[in-house]
Ligand binder design. Structure first.
Ligand SMILES: Nc1nc2c(c(=O)[nH]1)N[C@@H](CN(C=O)c1ccc(C(=O)N[C@@H](CCC(=O)O)C(=O)O)cc1)CN2
Length: 292
């Protein structure tokens, strides 16, 4: 292995320590931030992510509010929970854990969240502000995983201005918005969004200075399609049985052979996932500052 590691776990720990100090100041001023979570159903992965968000809050001193709901909930009942959190002054911001069950209209739920309380940065108003804000600093919340991708590289001294970044995958939490963040003047990268309909994905990969693999397709990025020295971030999550233990394990979008060619790799787990959690906390603290 020659690639250096973009260590998301250690970077997230640093960010959490920084946030703890900011939260302590807000608490001293009587304004402790509060994060709400809405979880529908009993998917073990989603439960794990939501549990992690509450553990993170406790670690940095943020209050947390939890709404765990059955997957039999109706659209109207879920909208009532959203309305309740919109009105709750103890809730600085909240997230609706995705994916929601198929019978729920996800877009309608995300749109009903008060944009000022949308700490996931997925409300159409906040995505619209991101789309329009090319030149100025954006003060509305940014989507957590794309923000984490950029923060992880920046904190490892990787310069993005003028570099060709290829994003693989057009999902709502990563691919749709990451090119918008990368192409703001403050970052100044050139971004190409590729997906399952891209005619020659490997040609795009071979020309990339930076690859962000978020397709959820195991090992879609292989060594022969990575430019030597490129930066590769493994964001996609799939699960496969581990032949040694028989239990399911996380498999990313990046083949292990890439570690012998790339200059930097963010592992999976241990790369962008912990950064997503840290960026959510940053969004909550920034929302508390804005509300003041
Ligand atoms: N409302 C949202 N829903 C979802 C989002 C999101 O940003 N907002 N993203 C993902 C899930 N997610 C956060 O919600 C998330 C995914 C992964 C991790 C993480 O730390 N992963 C670990 C490994 C975890 C494991 O072992 O299972 C890692 O990468 O090291 C955190 C948060 C979809 N839904």
């Amino acid at each position: 292995m020659t690639a250096k590691i973009l260590d998301g776990k250690a970077t997230a720990a640093t960010i959490k320590a920084e946030l703890s100090e900011r939260v302590a100041k807000l608490t001293a001023a009587g304004r402790t931030p509060g994060l709400g979570t809405v979880l529908v159903g009993d998917d073990p992965g989603s439960q794990w992510y939501v549990n992690g968000k509450h553990r993170d809050c406790a670690e940095v001193g943020i209050n947390s509010i939890r709404r765990d709901l059955p997957d039999t909930i109706t659209q109207a009942e879920l909208e009532a929970v959203v309305d309740e959190l919109n009105a709750d002054p103890a809730c600085t911001g909240y997230i609706v854990q995705l994916p929601l069950p198929k019978h729920i209209d996800t877009e309608a739920i995300l749109e009903r969240v008060d944009p000022d309380k949308d700490v996931d940065g997925l409300h159409p108003t906040n995505l619209g502000r991101l789309a329009l804000g090319v030149n100025k600093e954006i003060t509305s919340p940014l989507p957590c995983t794309p923000r984490g991708v950029i923060e992880l590289m920046t904190r490892h001294g990787i310069e993005l201005a003028g570099r060709d970044v290829v994003v693989v995958g057009r999902g709502v939490t990563v691919g749709r918005s990451l090119p918008l963040l990368l192409t703001r003047r403050a970052v100044n990268a050139t971004a190409t969004l590729t997906h399952t309909g891209t005619a020659d994905l490997n040609a795009h990969l071979r020309g990339a200075d930076v690859i962000v693999a978020a397709a959820g397709v195991p090992r879609i990025v292989t060594a022969e399609n990575v430019k030597p020295g490129a930066v590769v971030l493994d964001v996609g999550v799939s699960r496969e049985p581990d032949p040694e233990t028989g239990k399911s394990k996380i498999v990313g979008d990046v083949d292990p052979g890439v570690y012998d060619v790339a200059g930097w790799v963010s592992p999976n787990p241990g790369g962008v996932g912990p950064m997503t959690r840290a960026m959510l906390l940053s969004n909550v603290v920034e929302a508390a500052d804005r509300h003041a």
